[in-house]
Design a protein around this ligand. Sequence first.
Ligand SMILES: *Cc1c(COP(=O)(O)O)cnc(C)c1O
Length: 411
Amino acid sequence: MVTRQDCITLDQQDALAACRDKFALPEGEIYLDGNSLGAMPRHLPARMQEVMVKEWGNGLIRSWNDASWIDLPKRVAGQVARLIGAGKDEVMVADSTSVNLYKALVAAVRLNPARKVILSERGNFPTDLYIAQGVAEIFNLEIRYVDSTPEAVLAALDDSVAVVMLTHVNYRTGQIYPMQEITSKAHAVGALALWDLAHSAGAVEVDLNAAKADMAVGCGYKYLNGGPGAPAFVFVAQRHHKDMRQPLSGWHGHVRPFEFVLGYEPAPGIESMQCGTPPLLSMLSLESALQIFEGVEMSTLREKSVALTELFIKLVDEKLSPYQFGLASPRDSAVRGSQVSLTHEQGYAIVQALIARGITGDFRMPNILRFGFTPLYVSFANVYDTVQAIAGIMESGEWNQDKFLTKKAVT
Ligand SMILES: *Cc1c(COP(=O)(O)O)cnc(C)c1O
């Protein structure tokens, strides 16, 4: 049996323990939803105050030059590139994940014009599939949905596929799809591979170039802690820069945006993946938040993340066996991201009861309780206390109250 003292000992040996202090989590809060919205870095309010008063308030429009706002997307892209195994000229920070997916997916199908199929899996995140549906409608393509396993994806890759579009770590189960193997099979049949790193960047090791990925997108407000609605990123491998054409031909992607000429001419590199004026305040917040990753090796993060999820599963096995929970995540840590999902018929109410006790996870339809373990600020004692709390909620029947059973707008 694992004791709470064992967990405290693990915390004392944790190489990342000091990172927790860099976040302004409320006293006593156990936050297991960093995979949906990252916690706030402690230094951000001061930085944002400075941005508002100095850069915007006093600097006004001059800050585009004086505070280098114009270079900001490239600067932040450089910070992200290191975390995902990309060159810094292959990444751009812009727009939302959904919009980047649209731009990248259209660019991908245009690079493969003879093919008519977008391949994805049924359990992919809805916005990814909705965006694909929109693209399919405009370009008269077909979407081939397969079951949510790497084997099903591999089996469905043939020479009709223009692009295979997958989320690297599935948002519901936390399963990691084998990026290298699927990309390599895609290339063997003449298809491109587009990866969504929303649940990967900042949480698991990603090496886009080692896998020879063609394109990727990812989120700024989950494990990267950029703040609510922070801009997202998009990656296109260097080899495609010359021929790629994204559909949102806005002025920030123009080769000479400040010459105000009549015709659109895309910038030659990854710059062309931009569209319009970026959300500067959010992007400055993301830039500042990413400083926390400086000096942190992704391998160290991954090691702690695996240790946290292993501990959680072990404790669930030990303490929750009487209560009909299922495990929706892989047991094998090699194919599991930084989250563990449990299933339970009363999942929604149990999550609400946990939130009332100061432990925040989330619920996904139809019966999934999702727990994200952000290695930067979740401790081993947090894991212990969470499982202990679930056991308490089940034993007392505390979940079974109207206030926990009624669904809120955002789950
Ligand atoms: C969170 C998430 C998104 C979010 O997209 P937005 O455009 O930021 O709303 C997209 N795809 C996946 C797989 C996600 O997990």
